[in-house]
Design a protein around this ligand. Structure first.
Ligand code: SF4
Ligand code: MG
Length: 333
């Protein structure tokens, strides 16, 4: 599979009155054609900021360094005019709350047609026809009537379907979905995830799925990146992350996922709180919450260790001199 997007050495800092916030630290990630990469972590881990940096949708107080190579061009050095063409046409975004992504004062039909007329040069009639096809595809009943309605006339789940239809309108090569199901109830969540899964197959689009819930990605992602404190803690195939996770933070996330195949249902919240990004802890950002922290963890940040072709993790436990601790011993007992 060819690489579609390659994020290299990404750093994002915000200047605030309280000081500088280093929200993304040396993030390296790739997304291949037709694959789903999930980015998982608690709020404040840097997962949304990473993708908003790549899309250049952050406020003016953000300073971004590094590269984001998409189809051979570095998005971070494109003129804004070129970037505007890429947003919506080549890369589409679906947000958590579709109300923020939809304009409440415009009909759904107009919002669906807009991108197709602007980016694909379709006439109004052509765009209308395709809008109806798209609403059908994402499971919005009575699309002809629905096109004339406003966002508030749709339920939360239906609004999310409309957002997905808008995202698909220009046949994007990459869809970035940021917590697309978080605001929805469990049944609707499952339906939206199924829909995204089906669309990924049918359109062969790549998907970056941002979520705080590792459980959401099991049936959908090809690879998973776990972020903590603005860094990538671990990345690997979905099997590697679920079956042989190496980072204690990934273990903690897994313990918070309900599993049917466990005799004891032990759902644990992760103790402690995410780091204050104004004054992040020295060393490994997870050390104040990590049950396995050693002296070195508070002194120096761990390097990324390659574990397989796809699997990498940044943890001192992977150092040859570290005591042997494994997920099976510690978590599956
Ligand atoms: Fe825990 Fe140390 Fe690994 Fe960080 S580097 S996750 S503190 S063991
Ligand atoms: Mg977020």
């Amino acid at each position: 599979m060819n690489t579609l997007l390659s994020i290299e050495g990404l750093q994002t800092k915000f200047k605030t009155y309280a000081g500088e916030v280093h929200a993304v630290r040396d993030v390296n990630l790739t997304v291949r054609e037709g694959e789903c990469l999930a980015i998982v972590g608690e709020s404040g881990s840097g997962k949304s900021v990473t993708m908003l940096s790549v899309m250049r949708l952050l406020a003016k107080n953000a300073r971004i360094e590094g590269k984001a190579i998409f189809g051979g061009v570095d998005l971070l050095s494109l003129p804004e005019r070129e970037m505007r063409k890429i947003r919506g046409r080549d890369i589409a975004m679906v947000f958590q709350d579709p109300m923020t992504g939809l304009n409440p004062t415009l009909t759904v039909g107009l919002q669906l047609r807009e991108g197709m007329m602007q980016h694909l040069g379709l006439t109004r009639a052509e765009a209308d026809k395709r809008a109806i096809e798209l609403l059908n595809l994402v499971g919005v009943p009575a699309p002809e009537r629905r096109l004339r309605q406003y966002p508030h006339e749709f339920s939360g789940g239906m609004r999310q379907r409309v957002m997905i239809a808008i995202a698909l309108a220009c046949n994007p090569r990459l869809i970035i979905a940021d917590e697309p199901t978080t605001a929805l109830d469990v049944t609707i969540q499952a339906q939206i995830l199924d829909l995204l899964k089906r669309l990924k197959k049918e359109f062969n689009a790549s998907i970056i799925m941002i979520t705080h819930n590792l459980g959401v990605v099991a049936g959908m992602a090809d690879r998973v990146a776990v972020m903590y404190g603005g860094r990538v803690a671990e990345v690997g195939t979905v099997n590697e992350i679920f079956e042989q996770p190496k980072h204690p933070y990934t273990w903690a996330l897994l313990r918070a996922v309900p599993r049917l195949d466990r005799s004891r249902t032990r759902l644990e919240a992760i103790a402690g709180s995410p780091p204050n990004m104004l004054q992040p802890p020295p060393g490994c950002p997870f050390h104040p919450r990590c049950a396995y922290a050693m002296n070195v963890c508070a002194a120096e940040a761990p390097q990324m260790t390659d574990l397989s072709r796809e699997h990498r993790a940044a943890c001192w436990l992977l150092h040859p001199d570290a005591p042997p601790v494994s997920f099976d011993q510690e978590v599956r007992k």
